[in-house]
Design a protein around this ligand. Sequence first.
Ligand code: B12
Ligand code: SF4
Length: 471
Amino acid sequence: MKILLINPPSEHTITTNVPKLVEEGVGYIPPLGLMYVAAYIEKNTNHQIKIIDCEVEGIDYSQLENVITRENPDIIGITALTFTLIDVMETLRIIKKVNPKIKTILGGPHVHIYPEETLKIKEVDFVVLGEGELPIINLLENINNLEALKNNKGIAFRLGEQIINNGREDFIQNLDELPFPARHLTVYKKYFSVLAKQSPVTTMFTSRGCPYKCIFCDRPHLGKMFRFRTAANVVDEMEKIIQMGIPEIFIYDDTFTVDRQRVIDICDEILKRNLKISWDVRARVNTVDLELLKKMQQAGCERIHFGVEAGTKKILEVLRKGITLDQAKAAFSMSQKVGIQTLAYFIIGSPTETKQDILETIKVAKKLKPDFAHFSIMTPFPATDLYRLGLENGILPKDYWQEFAQNPTKDFVPMLWEENLNREELVALLKKAYRSFYFRPSYIIKRLLKLTSWHEFKTKFKAGINLLFRV
Ligand code: B12
Ligand code: SF4
């Protein structure tokens, strides 16, 4: 069979209707989930498989119709985020227009949260819950024999009037058994990011699952249990990436530093093999120390993204972040000391937060002296504790995400947490946060002095101009 995996055009991503001031993902980031699924299919079956990333390949909807007609696949798989559902539906509509016999499979976080709602979309034939690697093989074996799929975990579908859904497959325990993501099936030389020092960039996952309990966060499909790959396996993948001519890696693990010894082992392995590769990670301020950071820097770690979220103890507690401001201070100052760049994330408009609290967050953001700061307005995401809390206490009047999943509309605007401040006030404070962080002469001079290449100057200059015109 011929299988096409599609990352749809990004024309209707649901936003919070808040100006997108600085976007972490300015650039194009590879569709890692699809690359994992593709690699597993390649390894375990003889089916033909191809990935189309409409975003980076510059394919719009009219061109997509031609691509599907030309490729003439039997099956098409798509990743669905709640926020990309409108684009997913547009893609599905085109697929069935080209050939109604093409079987469609959706995977990703959205379908895991809302499987039954997703199966109400008539163009969806199957949804794959949780991690896609194991269920997709069962599904491909029996795609024309629904009776045989009836008892399988991880696959949901319509059978007559009934919806068959046996829940997700057990999590993969030994992540080393997975083949490396199928980068070779993508236009891997075209991925880049404003944050990167070099291009092209790629992404990696060295672990799955985050054990922490932040109230606003949900990664439903990969679970809360931290599962990790061994250092040798991680560094083998890095070697393959270098051989492909890719000099920089974004490690997108939810929290790279959960297990200190594993981080040291990975760094030692990179150093032992003498690999020249730049990488960055997402971590928590309470999981780093000077010795660890030094080791990471020696092994090529360029940047760490830390979620600080708020500048007051009160809000950190409300968010169940499990960090203190002292830990934040220490983490940023140690990173600076060893020469690792930092990016700090902050959220404004959290439960019980006042204007005074937000002004304090802006102050703390400047005091920590990160290289970059990212501010956003609290938007309750589906299936989070925050969303449940809002529904319970009436701050959020109705289950609007479920309604959206059932009946997706282009003009949908997610609610904010307007307990003390309304949308306009929050947007004004968000703009203030960006202005006061980025447009300080001391900050601008520091950044100019840190530029190391023409590529870096060009991408960062473009992002700076963009910001200037938006705030
Ligand atoms: C990297 C990342 C990004 C990158 C790159 C996106 C990309 N092209 O992949 C950037 C920064 C661009 C980004 C942007 C956004 N992101 Co994002 N992102 C992530 C992150 C951190 C990692 C994704 C990843 O690579 N996972 C690793 C792989 C292995 O997992 P996976 O992709 O889920 O795939 C597995 C399964 O889901 C399944 N599967 C997935 N697709 C398919 C398809 C088929 C056919 C099958 C069978 C199986 C299958 O099998 C895969 C292997 O097991 C996740 C959080 C997380 N931990 O997953 C958030 C996450 C996916 N993002 C999220 C959001 C909200 C966004 C934005 C909307 C943010 C915004 N406001 O702009 C945008 C949307 C961009 C877009 N148009 O797609 C949410 C989605 C929540 C939801 N309910 O849908 C997540 C879960 C984070 C969160 N809770 O906040 N993101
Ligand atoms: S915000 Fe980060 S640390 Fe908190 S639960 Fe989510 S992934 Fe884990």
